[in-house]
Design a protein around this ligand. Structure first.
Ligand code: FAD
Ligand code: NDP
Length: 608
């Protein structure tokens, strides 16, 4: 009796002995299409036509076991499973096919020796917005990828899961707390619309934190699953350079491992800075702690006057928490200052106190908290102004939001000779996110001179992976990136501030169209008339091309996202005028802006 050949061995042999292995059926139109593709590309293939063999069904069962796919065609390139007809054609278009073929051919992108020489095609340091996007895209294109992510606990011991700043201690919990504050206002407004509610609605901090943290937990889990599905190896360990191609990883049990990579991507993000004053780290917290704070923060001081300080002050006050912002100089440096001041005025009207011109110089604990009762204790803050005058005040919580430091100083960067900007520790890259060391790249918050925003990090990561491992040629466009500050009245903008537009084009060449606005939803509750504001900054000599778009209103983020495409496409003021509005919305104001700032006309909105 001739022993029957094991179908698994038949499958493995075809894959091993052919650069391209195709399991096919002679009559299947999809199989014919795939074979024609390889023939058109002048690529030789090894084929088993399962419908011509007695053991065809067994081979298909073996394929099912190996790949989870029973149907044909079933394509493998250099040992890697590509999939059926659609997946193969998609791989051809995305460049993944070429990448997999190159793995054994020794061409410029990944030489054959690399498979032997390095453990991975790409190791990403940092599993945040940028790192996850880049690693998943690279793996989809066939690269062997690992991502190292490790969270160093804050001074008070806060830590979190996979996903980086945005998901755990940034955009997501911030926006959810902003929403919690908006709901508080809505509950009050609801009464004027006929809802019968208690005289004073009460908010419970721990319930909110619990619900938000549960959501974040599900996102952390989702990221892990996504990495596994895309075959990205997740190394939950701190990575540092040993040499330009070698990293040492140390996990939380202090277990060390050495890994090597052809390409290394730095995506380590930033962490909040503490001032160098007594008591700052012992008694202060930062945005890394506030979103999971297990107890009510009590009376809170927020130090700093940019995005984070103002956003946190906004939602804390909206939750009924006594909030003070300590401003060293101006609000929202780098943003349009007219709008920054309107934000400040609005916040002041809505129970947020501003202490201007002061910086803290000392924090002292004057009363311990009582964790059982969920109370935070008391801290004495001494602060000083430019004249040297001192001020003392007690708070329960002090939150520092005075900027963020790039996480580049403890990763052995000098062993890889990667150049940093000595002023801020950020990585210097060219427009393709390549450092001075050709195989080392950087994206996200650690990039020198670029915006610290999640979608920017994601875009840079995706496009970089496509360029490294696919047919990608696009580079990230860092111009006209829309953004929104989620203060109680949101501020959305894209393009230049009025100050920057004047600096670039000269005051005589700028025309500003503007209007105050009152969202319809605040009219019945009779609050906030004319607190919103809209302006378009146009360049006269460029046929009134719009170079700055600014809106201060509820849902400004949603409005700005849509209009940003207009600025990207070079919209002129006339294009805004030709656009028909959606009534009744806030955004329609941009279709009817006809008062210029230079005219000095009254732009308070009076009717519908
Ligand atoms: P990160 O997301 O910070 O990820 C870096 C990861 O690398 C982290 O997990 C870190 O622990 C890890 N890591 C660092 N060093 C190592 C190492 N040596 N080994 C292993 N792992 C390491 N952006 C917006 O677009 N919209 C917003 O509304 C918004 N709100 C924000 C609110 C707050 C409070 C904050 C702080 C930021 C906010 N941002 C917002 C900014 C946004 O979160 C960041 O721009 C974005 O997360 C940057 O992504 P990244 O990939 O560069 O770094
Ligand atoms: P920024 O660097 O933007 O601002 C720091 C603020 O702290 C400034 O107001 C600065 O004042 C003040 N400051 C600095 N040092 C001191 C000090 N020693 N004492 C008192 N005040 C001080 O930092 P953020 O932490 O607010 O934000 C970091 C980045 O995160 C942002 O650039 C942004 O890109 C991103 N982000 C994005 C958000 C979004 O998209 N909605 C939200 C939150 C963050 P001065 O002006 O005087 O220097």
């Amino acid at each position: 009796v001739v022993p029957k050949t094991d179908p698994i061995k038949i499958v493995e042999d075809l894959i091993k002995n052919n650069r391209i292995a195709v399991f096919s059926k002679t009559t299947c139109p999809y199989c014919i299409k795939v074979k024609q593709l390889f023939s058109a590309l002048n690529l030789e293939i090894g084929v088993i036509e399962v419908d011509t063999r007695e053991d065809g069904a067994d081979i298909q069962d073996a394929l099912l076991q190996k790949t989870g796919q029973k149907t044909v065609p079933n394509v493998f390139v250099n040992g890697e499973h590509v999939g059926g007809c659609d997946k193969t054609i998609e791989a051809h278009h995305s460049g993944r096919l070429q990448f997999l073929l190159n793995k054994s051919q020794g061409d410029a992108s990944v030489e054959m020796t690399d498979a032997v020489k390095y453990d991975y095609d790409l190791v990403v340091i940092g599993g945040g917005s940028g790192g996850l996007a880049a690693s998943k895209e690279a793996a989809l294109l066939g690269a062997k990828v690992a991502v190292c992510d490790f969270v160093v606990p804050t001074p008070i011991g806060t830590t979190w899961g996979l996903g980086g700043t945005c998901v755990n201690v940034g955009c997501i919990p911030k926006k959810l707390m902003h929403q919690a504050a908006i709901l508080g206002q809505s509950v009050e407004d609801a009464k004027t619309f006929g809802w019968e509610l208690p005289e004073k609605a009460k908010h419970d901090w721990t319930t909110m934190v619990g619900a938000i943290q549960a959501h974040i937990g599900s996102l952390n889990w989702g990221y892990r699953v996504a990495l596994r599905e895309k075959k990205v190896e997740y190394i939950n360990a701190f990575a540092e350079f040993v040499d330009p191609h070698t990293l040492k990883t140390t996990d939380k049990r202090q277990k060390e491992k050495t890994i090597t990579a052809k390409y290394i991507l730095l995506a380590t993000g930033g962490r909040p800075r503490y001032p160098d004053i007594p008591g700052a780290q012992e008694f202060g917290i930062t945005s890394d702690d506030i979103f999971s704070l297990p107890h009510h923060p009590g009376k809170t001081l927020l130090v700093g006057a940019s995005y984070i300080a103002l956003e946190c002050a906004g939602f804390l006050a909206g939750l009924g928490i006594n909030s003070t912002v300590m401003v060293r100089s101006i609000l929202l440096r780098g943003f349009d200052q007219q709008i920054a001041n309107l934000i400040g005025n609005y916040m002041e009207k809505h129970k947020i106190r501003f202490q201007r011109g002061y910086v803290p110089i000392k924090l002292e604990r004057i009363e311990e908290g009582s964790p059982e009762e969920g109370t935070p204790g008391r801290i004495m803050v001494t602060s000083q102004n430019e004249e040297g005058e001192l001020m003392e005040e007690e708070y329960n919580t002090v939150l520092f939001a005075i900027g963020r430091d790039a996480c580049t100083n403890k990763i052995g960067i000098e062993k890889a000779n990667v150049m940093l900007n000595p002023k801020n520790g950020k990585v210097i890259c060219d427009e393709k996110e390549q450092t001075n060391i050709p195989h080392i790249y950087a994206i996200g918050d650690i990039l020198d001179g670029k915006l610290e925003l999640t979608p920017v990090a994601i875009q840079a990561g995706r496009l970089l992976a496509k360029r490294l491992f696919g047919n990608g040629t696009l580079i990230t466009d860092y111009v006209n990136v829309p953004t929104t500050v989620f203060t109680p009245l949101e501020y959305g903008c894209v393009g230049l501030s009025e100050e920057d537009a004047i600096a670039k084009y000269g005051a005589d060449d700028i025309e500003v169209y503007h209007s105050f606005l009152t969202p319809l939803e605040v009219t019945v509750p009779k609050r906030d008339g004319n607190e919103g504001y809209a302006k378009l900054i146009c360049v006269k000599s460029l046929d009134e091309k719009v170079v700055g778009f600014h809106i201060l209103s509820p849902n400004a983020g949603e409005i700005t996202q849509g209009f940003a495409i207009g600025l990207k496409l070079g919209a002129k003021k006339a294009d805004f005028d030709n656009l028909i509005g959606i009534h009744p919305t806030i955004a329609e104001v941009f279709t009817t802006l006809n008062s210029t700032k230079s005219s000095g006309a009254d732009v308070l909105q009076k009717g519908c």
